[in-house]
Design a binder for this molecule. Structure first.
Ligand code: NAD
Length: 262
């Protein structure tokens, strides 16, 4: 299927690795020009080199910096001639017990996983509406639908974003102007983050990382973790011309892990 977005420009945040990288790859395959961001310069340049080699017909620009800071956002936005597609993403907050989190910990989580995407949406959404096309996908988490006790910072901050988006996406000024805003909720995906958190769990439980990963896989009906490629493919469809009637939705990709009917 031709997604109908070749030649458009996308800003994909936190895209040198993992889920953001998967989204960048899938959009590049559809002929979308990219601005990709990440904190580490080396991994970002490596990602850009691979994307350019695989998709010589598109332009790939890089912005190294922390997207959760005003400077990081300003530089990323300035690098994009026009943002037709915005994929909001940043690292997730650390796990822990809420008794140990002070105000600064909460503000950091809110900044990264709620206020940063809102600021970026604010910067691009009216231009999208004027041009009659816009696609915004926020990478959130399955924890929005089924909270994970040790990820209270994520549960809270991402739920705030979700509530905000639910209202904004339904504004006629946006929905009638072919601007959609949706959230894509990963269950467990095979990325560095999952490997790193499993290393921490393994050390605490006195198990090997492979044992912890195998236990996690066994809890998922699909009996495996998702891949960044399949996450990216879904994101590309949500950004496509065909997805114009999909807005304000929370799409869970979790191999069947969420146990509810709806
Ligand atoms: P990852 O650690 O594999 O990749 C993180 C990428 O984000 C890297 O490119 C890194 O440079 C970049 N990055 C992180 N913080 C940044 C910042 N402040 N500014 C700019 N770039 C930044 O992570 P992932 O597994 O792809 O996860 C992406 C998001 O999805 C995270 O918020 C994570 O909490 C969430 N999530 C992931 C899973 C999963 O199973 N992988 C599940 C639920 C939610």
């Amino acid at each position: 299927m031709d997604m109908g977005i070749a030649g458009r420009w996308a800003l994909v945040c936190a895209a040198s690795k993992g889920l953001g990288r998967g989204c960048a790859e899938a959009l590049a395959a559809e002929g979308v020009n990219l601005v990709i961001t990440a904190r580490g310069v080396d991994a970002l340049q490596a990602a850009a080199t691979a994307l350019r080699a695989a998709h010589p017909g598109i332009e790939v620009r890089t912005v190294a910096g922390d997207i959760t800071t005003p400077e990081g956002r300003a530089t990323a936005l300035a690098a994009c001639p026009q943002v037709d597609i915005l994929v909001n993403n940043a690292g997730g907050p650390p796990p822990g017990d809420f008794r140990d989190w002070d105000r600064a910990a909460w503000i950091a989580a809110l900044d990264a996983n709620m206020l940063t995407p809102i600021e970026l949406i604010k910067a691009v959404v009216d231009g999208m509406a004027e041009r009659g096309f816009g696609r915004i996908v926020n990478i959130t988490s399955g924890a929005v639908k089924a909270p994970i006790d040790i990820l209270g910072l994520s549960n809270g901050a991402r739920s705030g974003l979700t509530g905000f988006v639910a209202g904004l996406a339904r504004q006629s000024k946006l929905a009638a102007a072919n601007v959609t805003i949706n959230n894509l909720l990963p269950g467990v995906f095979d990325t560095d983050r999952v490997r790193n958190t499993s290393m921490g769990a393994a050390a605490k439980l006195g198990k090997t990382v492979e044992e912890v990963l195998a236990q996690r896989r066994a809890t998922i009906p699909a009996q495996r973790f998702g891949t960044a490629d399949e996450f990216g493919a879904f994101c590309a469809f949500m950004c496509s011309a065909h997805a114009a009637y999909l807005t304000g939705q929370n799409i869970l990709l979790d191999g069947g892990a969420y146990p509810g009917t709806f």
